[in-house]
Design a protein around this ligand. Structure first.
Ligand SMILES: NC(=O)c1ccc[n+]([C@@H]2O[C@H](COP(=O)([O-])OP(=O)(O)OC[C@H]3O[C@@H](n4cnc5c(N)ncnc54)[C@H](O)[C@@H]3O)[C@@H](O)[C@H]2O)c1
Length: 365
């Protein structure tokens, strides 16, 4: 039975995993693919990224209902060299296409040292960080990026032209935990605007602008006709660099793969607000895998990574602070707690899962 704590309710991760899996099966996804898709979603919930886990199940359901996801895609390599490939996802669920393409990148790295895979005709692939974690389990450095539907204005603009376009990369260490970078290239991912709306909270200045380009603290204004700002928010705080990183992700994931880019990406989480749904070349991803022994002795690398991590953790803390974390620490801490205590879901998310249960006939709770 779920336990209640303040506004959220705790659910065992395995309950959510099984529910998501059964919903995907009901949507005619093959059994193994449903297991894979549920694994990506639950990894997000376990890692504390509430916006990208089962909170998105209704959005995936809607995409199926609109016929925008092919439940049984023919995921195929359309061009390749020993170390590179372009994969066509055949409009499959991103939570299935992403892992399949990432596996190709890792297999190529295993064979020739590094593997680089651009993906077109896909959909939302969940958290970018899931994919480099797979590479870590094969003792590799892993990369993942994706574009997403336009919610972000290029710096200086007052119009959505870019997705929140995340980048993830992970490096193994020896005694220290791995270093896992996983971040939107906007100030915040759209999910954090969505969660603020669900909680009825305002958002900080610097997250976004209204339709005229004025700063706003109202998440509804971002959703109606405003935009999220690139990481850094403004020129003074490096907003141009967030814009540059987002451009890099869109170029690699979409312009290079043959997918929709910039404002042409099919809407995912908020169809009504971003206009008519339409069929294009889908969302694009980019994956990389690097075998460490292609560059340096793996034991030497891991020892050097340990030293690097200890150096950063050892930095003199700010007054009253406890010193730096390393990328990946917050998600690892969340996973340690949530895998034991359960995943907290807001009432609005629980209600959406009940709605999905009613719509699909899959029992929940
Ligand atoms: N699929 C998509 O379309 C899409 C789009 C945008 C974002 N996302 C996902 O949303 C998730 C959240 O993104 P975000 O930008 O809010 O991430 P975030 O700001 O919570 O964290 C970004 C990174 O910073 C690290 N970090 C956090 N606090 C730190 C600290 N004090 N010191 C050092 N490192 C620290 C984290 O470990 C993480 O690697 C990610 O998993 C991302 O992949 C997905």
């Amino acid at each position: 039975m779920p336990q209640h704590s303040q506004a959220s309710t705790l659910f065992p991760a395995e309950t959510l995993r099984d529910f998501a899996r059964r919903v995907f099966v009901k949507l005619e996804i093959p059994a193994n693919d449903a297991v894979q898709a549920a694994d990506v979603l639950i990894a997000s919930d376990l890692r504390g990224i509430d916006s990208h886990g089962v909170a998105r199940l209704k959005a995936y359901y809607d995409m199926f209902r609109h016929g925008l996801i092919n439940p049984r895609p023919n995921i195929r390599v359309v061009r390749q060299t020993p170390s590179t490939a372009t994969v066509d996802g055949d409009k499959g669920l991103g939570l299935v296409v992403g892992p399949a393409a990432n596996a190709i990148a890792m297999d190529k790295a295993a064979a020739v040292g590094t593997g680089w895979v651009a993906v077109r005709n896909s959909n939302h692939f969940g958290i970018a960080g899931y994919y480099p974690l797979q590479a870590l389990s094969r003792e590799m450095i892993g990369w993942a990026m994706t574009n997403s539907n336009a919610m972000v204005t290029p710096l200086g603009g007052a119009e959505r032209k870019l997705g929140t376009n995340p980048i993830a990369i992970a490096f193994p260490a020896e005694r220290e935990p791995p270093l896992v970078v996983d971040m939107a290239t906007s100030v915040v991912p759209f999910g954090k605007i969505e969660m603020a709306r669900r909680k009825g909270e305002s958002i900080p200045v610097g997250w976004g602008v209204d339709g005229q380009g004025n700063p706003t603290t109202d998440p509804d204004q971002i959703v109606s006709d405003g935009a999220i700002l690139p990481m850094g928010s403004d020129l003074l705080h490096g907003g141009h660099k967030g814009y540059c990183l987002s451009a890099m992700v869109d170029m690699l994931s979409a312009v290079l793969s043959g997918s929709d880019w910039g404002p042409h990406v099919v809407p995912f989480a908020m169809p009504r607000q971003t206009g008519e749904r339409r069929h294009g070349n889908g969302v694009g991803h980019f994956f990389g895998a690097m075998r460490i022994d292609a560059f340096i002795e793996p034991a030497e690398f891991r020892a050097r990574a340990d030293a690097w991590i200890r150096e950063m953790r050892g930095a003199r803390p700010v007054p009253g602070g406890s010193g730096p974390l390393i990328p990946g620490d917050p998600e690892r801490a969340a996973e340690a707690i949530r895998s034991k205590e359960g995943v907290p879901l807001l009432p609005a998310v629980v209600q959406e899962l009940r709605d999905v249960a009613a719509l699909t006939g899959v029992a929940f709770e």
